[in-house]
Design a protein around this ligand. Structure first.
Ligand code: F3S
Length: 387
């Protein structure tokens, strides 16, 4: 990969050890993927925040970078392993809380915005069409690519952090226009679409290919759900929806393979996801709930009585929570409003064995990352369990 004189100097350590480490990482990535050069980024979003997922090894890496490095573009963080204010109510141990706070402090020293959320595009880090980004978090980067029309690869946490420190990323993959074209047409034949099930069925069928959807008209929140489920069931980092997403070009689909998804595929997806019954935890907000979703939940629950004894979590970002305090008060009589974290990256396995969710992404991760049996329900189905 070609490096400018300035980039060579960073690699030689002239901007300190942290920047040198970051540049080494970018050069290694660039060489692996045969990038020709580094290109400037407008922002970064980092995964690798929860103590449950990065442990002491991750802390060591962050501490060494935080000695003398700083990010030089707007950079945000994925959910951490606990609600930073109400971790005791979540049953988090003091030791876990201490190590988690330390991780967030390290990111803070690096200059990162520490509002921990997987929906930065809803408030703290809003990308624009055509911008080059280095985003980790599979659901967020797919949303940025597909719904916004910004450009990012499916970064890992260290690669995104290195890019944030240098302000550049290797130019390969989805940064190049020719790699953003659809490779398979997905024709949806459904009267009513459950976007978690559709995302799961589509992701399982297409893997990492770029789908071009026909037959759906999703809202912004439904696109968020679809992006997350496809990123988890497959490894989709970019998708197009005819008439909806900015880069969907009907001319680009000629001659492509076509897949049809209908009712039977949704039933098959549901059966695959559902592995348990009698949930001990009912969790909504994967990806983090938006203001509109919180308003919708509050309007459906207002005036109703709480029933059942499963614990209930509504996961969102602190930024979103600050915009709808009255609605959150309604939700609070049905469960806990959990900020900064989610049902996957906090150690729920220490307290629960069966979790119910409406998220296609959470359904994929709950068994392996949290040792949970899973109950899948639509949002309305979950609300019926608690009201
Ligand atoms: Fe977000 Fe956690 Fe789901 S990070 S996308 S709520 S698994």
């Amino acid at each position: 990969m070609f490096l400018t004189r300035e980039e060579e100097a960073i690699l030689a350590g002239e901007r300190g050890e942290g920047a040198r480490t970051a540049m080494e990482l970018l050069v290694a990535l660039g060489d692996i993927y045969e990038a020709k050069r580094l290109v400037p980024i407008a922002s970064a979003h980092l995964s690798g925040v929860s103590y449950k997922t990065i442990g002491e090894g991750g802390i060591g890496f962050l501490e060494s970078l935080a000695k003398d490095a700083k990010v030089c573009v707007p950079t945000t963080l994925n959910p951490a392993g606990m609600d930073r204010q109400r971790w005791r109510e979540m049953g988090i141990s003091p030791r876990f809380a201490d190590r988690q706070q330390h991780i967030i402090e390290c990111y803070g020293r690096l200059g990162v915005n520490t509002d921990c959320s997987c929906t930065p595009y809803l408030g703290t880090n809003i990308p624009r069409r055509g911008q080059t980004l280095a985003w980790a978090e599979s659901s967020a980067l797919s949303y940025a690519n597909s719904v916004v029309g910004a450009r990012t690869n499916r970064e890992g946490g260290p690669g995104a952090l290195a890019a944030a420190i240098i302000g550049r990323t290797p130019e390969y993959g989805l940064h190049l226009s020719e790699n953003r074209l659809p490779s398979v047409v997905v024709e949806v034949e459904l009267d009513q679409v459950d976007y978690s099930l559709l995302g799961h069925a589509a992701g399982s069928a297409i893997g990492s290919r770029i789908p071009y959807f026909r037959g759906i008209r999703p809202t912004g929140d439904q696109l968020k759900t679809l992006a997350a489920a496809m990123a988890a069931a497959g490894s989709v980092a970019l998708f197009h929806v005819e008439g909806v997403t900015p880069e969907a070009d009907p001319q680009a689909v000629k001659g492509l393979e076509r897949i049809r998804l209908g009712k039977a595929d949704m039933e098959a997806a549901r059966n695959k996801l559902e592995t348990g019954k009698d949930p001990e935890l009912i969790a909504l907000g994967c990806p983090h709930l938006s203001v509109d979703e919180i308003r919708d939940l509050a309007s459906k629950l207002k005036g109703k009585k709480r029933r059942g004894d499963a614990e209930v979590w509504f996961c969102t970002s602190r930024c979103t929570a600050s915009k709808c305090p009255r609605e959150l008060e309604v939700l609070s009589s049905f469960g806990q409003v959990v900020c900064d974290t989610c049902m996957i990256v906090t150690p729920i396995e220490e307290r629960f064995k069966v979790t119910a969710t409406n998220s296609g992404k959470a359904c994929c991760y709950l068994p392996n990352l949290c040792s949970q049996k899973v109950v899948y329900r639509s949002t309305d189905g979950l609300l019926e369990m608690i009201s």
